[in-house]
Write a protein that binds this ligand. Sequence first.
Ligand code: ARG
Length: 457
Amino acid sequence: SKDKLWGGRFTQPTDKFVEEFTASIDFDKRLYHQDIRGSIAHARMLGKQGIIPMEDVLAIEKGLNEILQQIEAGTFDFSISLEDIHMNIEARLSEKIGEAGKRLHTGRSRNDQVALDIRLYLRDEIVAISAYLDMLIDALISQAEANLGVIMPGFTHLQTAQPILFSHHMLAYVEMCKRDKARMEDCLKRVNVLPLGAGALAGTTFPIDREHVAEILDFSEVTRNSLDSVSDRDFALEFIAAASILMMHLSRFSEELILWSTSEFKFVELSDSFCTGSSIMPQKKNPDVPELVRGKTGRVYGNLMALLTVMKGLPLAYNKDMQEDKEPLFDTIDTVKGSLKIFADMIREMRINVSTMRAAAAKGFSTATDVADYLVRKGLPFRDAHEVVGRAVQYCIENEMELKELSVAEWQLFSGKIDRDIFACITLEASVNARAATGGTAEERVRMEIERLKAGK
Ligand code: ARG
């Protein structure tokens, strides 16, 4: 098997199915750009250090750039028997430029090479995901701003709890997205470290200059232990963990949008372009996009569990098991980017139904807490106030009334402290606007939050 880059030690060819089973080229070919970029940086460093001749560096760079163009033009022939992207590119380079190509791998191993490629790849993707999060944040803020003043019911246990502003609800997701973004950016610090130079596991006998490679490739640090450099996939796990939390947020939001789109709720109308019909029921408009995002969350959690499980029993340093890191990582990146992109557009185009939301907020005794707070201001201890209002609610249920329909005489059946001023305190607006401390749903407070967010704070 002399066509293999490691053929020297072997006398028998690889079994055909073993070759297929062990190959990663089908999924790691997407690292081609990072692989070439990393190799060029490595070659330049080897040249600068006098480890390989400068003319070889030039030949390598030219050859690799031609390969890059071929791959991008779709004319590069990937071979399964060359196992992965690293060996596909290196073998082609040697075919093209001979001796010089065979010097490229000096002082390097595929183990530090693959770690480098993944880090380069993930680094760009985190930046892209961060930008998608910004798009979603912008869409949410626009909705919050355009609909400021719209009142909806807030829920606990999915039971009407207290009236809130629709904008307040949108800004809750902005806060989640901002934390997701911060988690991504924090993860980036651990991703942006150069592993190249670790060799197979112990370092290299050549006088390499790792800091120089880090500079060319724009890494902020170099790794400090060669064993760790080729064994560490924490950075990928951390990313998938942050992605899982992000998807959990999108999934909860999806669930609300699905619920709000039902004819029972009718709080929002998703744009037709984000829904599908039914092949049998002519009246249907199904919220496929949020349903799929909710469903895809499971795939990302699965990816996290898959990679944690791959890593959990591995002795130092590199083990072939680690080739299984790529599919869950890539799938997570694709899923998160797709979900964020479609969500941002969907939120931007979402129409809201102001009157249904308001009508729903007026039901379910949503201002009962305001009556209790009113009684507290009149001197009643909160627990006693709670009891008084509970009895008033019971009375309303029995008589099929809302709290605002009770007369002063009726209120006074429950407490002599209640007077005409109760009416002004249990309107939806009064209830919302009374919650004016930092983080509350009062319109003035929400307006301030929108301003703060728009100022990028
Ligand atoms: N295709 C391998 C991977 O994805 C590259 C590293 C292989 N190293 C090795 N010694 N087999 O992890």
